[in-house]
Ligand binder design. Sequence first.
Ligand code: DX5
Ligand code: ZN
Length: 220
Amino acid sequence: MTKSKKLIAPSILSADFAALGEEVRAVDKAGADWIHVDVMDGHFVPNITIGPVIVEAVKKHTKLPLDVHLMIESPDDYLEDFVKAGAKIVTVHQEVSKHLHRTVSKIRDLGAKAGVSINPSTSTELLIDILPHVDLILVMTVNPGFGGQKFIESCLDKIQKLSLWRQERGLDFLIEADGGITEATAAAVSKAGCDVFVAGSAIFKADNYETAIEKIRSKL
Ligand code: DX5
Ligand code: ZN
């Protein structure tokens, strides 16, 4: 994916699920660039959230790209369902994939952009060989599973490394950071080389979504 401006992707994990359509329309109107959808299976992460039917429902409320983050085991079994439901970007975790190249190829064959994510404890070096084959790398800046956690500073090194490797190798994948992104942490993440900023609680727990998005954007 070609880099242009810095993008903000509100995570609906912190939205009011009983009013999801309204919430999505509100962040769209407030200036969001993507809608981030956190899919959790209770196995890879200790929480269960949503599946393709919710992606399909959300799709009816926005034209923004749906950025689907799969925190699930056996993601290959569900790729087609999520793309059919309307996912524009599908991101899988490096930690669960035995054949990552096959998985990202399948996502692209289905017509979506392919992303790969790593947890804070996963070495960035494990991504080197897949970089030419992906559209996006998602760096978890908290341990995945829940919104509202504290940003882990040491993850900035991962973003810096990825940004450097991208430049050295002439690649064009986007770098996304997810977890603990707020007005206070966004500047350092941006300086490290991040392009896409996922923010859940910092946006959906704010009184005014437009102001919340603008506050983060002013730091990028
Ligand atoms: C965590 C999710 C995040 C989460 C971020 O597992 O992947 O997308 O919603 O929430 P905040 O911004 O509250 O840390
Ligand atoms: Zn996420």
